[in-house]
Design a protein around this ligand. Sequence first.
Ligand code: ZN
Ligand code: ZN
Length: 382
Amino acid sequence: MKDNIDFDALAAFRQDLHRHPELGFEEHRTAAAVAARLRALGLEVTESIAETGIVGTLRGGQGPSVGLRADMDALAMSETSGRAYASEVPGRMHACGHDGHTAMLLGAAEVLAADPPAGTVHFIFQPAEEGRGGARRMVEDGLFEQFPCDHVFGLHNMPGIPCDRMAVVAGPQLASSDSWRVSFRGIGSHGAKPHQGRDAVTASGQFLAALQTIPGRVVDPLQPAIVSACAVSGGDMNALNVIPAEVQIGGTARAFSPEVRDQLETEIGRLAHGIAASMGVEADYTFIRRIPPVVNDAGATAIALAAAEEVSTGVDTGFPPSTAGDDFAFFSAEAPGAYVWLGNGPARDGALHHNPGYDFNDDALPTGVAFWVAVARKALGA
Ligand SMILES: [Zn+2]
Ligand SMILES: [Zn+2]
């Protein structure tokens, strides 16, 4: 087995990606670099899946198949880290460490290509994880028909865990991430004559005050659920004697099970319509399903845990789930899957994911590469 990966060169490649961040479905430079490296290793390379997605396939003869996924996209924000290899693109930044994810999976491809296990490894380089729907597009474009996988694995860096440690946990890992909108439509009136209208502003106030009764009084207290109103719009600060006809409210809903997710969709709408009816206004309600929860399969988790125990100095099996989302859920809906955490070391300058000072830690590269290699071999029964 090849273990002489040049990690300084891999770190330099990672830092080059960091310098040139690209948003979802726009990862043309990144994808070209990934495809070139996969080709140089002798892998089959399929490009332009969901615009900028790539799959590199390593065939080692008869055997099962496994999918390993890395996301490639950056965020629409400006970097303030001041590092030598900081983003050169204003308003674009790798603030979630996907540059590191891409580099680690390429490192694993290099190791495995030198000594292919029996079976098939699909290295899946996904575009647009950050809210633009890259995983869903890849699945809709036939990812798993073209590249069938008996198991699929995902990995994310996690600050606060040492670089040579990991966290692998069965069951719910990441919440569903959905959006909702409510419009209260009343009859606009003079602010001094509310009786001549139907007040959408007061209806929205009642709705906002009652919203937390959904997680607090309706959902099973042993089941996590989050409903947050994140935007409110109506009226005009230059017209403080006018009650507007319409107020719009929007927010997010998060859950760790499909049942609670369904319940939130139903209950937010019920509350909006009920309050509207009681106040004599109309409510329009839409719930936009974006990402299902990531729930680790027991069998896939056991494979990932065995791999993590082999390559790290310690594995946390009680790491708490995150209320963030990851569209890896669309992949693990197609094949038994597990999503694991790789330590990124202490939070430098206190910067966490999506902070303008965040950075992937190159000291995590060896553990990450070794994990991908080990999980692929174990999933293929080697
Ligand atoms: Zn992110
Ligand atoms: Zn991320």
